[in-house]
Design a protein. Structure first.
Length: 80
């Protein structure tokens, strides 16, 4: 799963889809995930990165992770 190539993001969490004109804002953790996706990191590698870098409960990470990626899918920002 990858962020579509035409999706513009910023470090501050701004997300823009030029195909639809839609824009979104993301919190710092979500912005970091988006940046890592743009760098070509796999979903599995990003999840591992968050577990190592932050003191987060794996169960909570999984729940929040699923919610976030469902939002990205619904917004049409991801491709396989």
């Amino acid at each position: 799963m990858y962020l579509r190539k035409n999706i513009a993001t910023s470090e501050s969490g701004f997300i823009f889809n030029p195909s639809t004109g839609d824009s979104y804002s993301a919190n710092p953790a979500a912005a970091e995930i988006l940046q890592l996706l743009k760098e070509g990191k796999t979903v599995s590698a990003i999840r591992s990165h968050f577990l190592e870098k932050y003191e987060v409960d794996p169960v909570r990470l999984e729940r929040d992770w699923d919610d976030f990626f469902n939002q990205l899918k619904e917004a049409g920002l991801l491709e396989n």
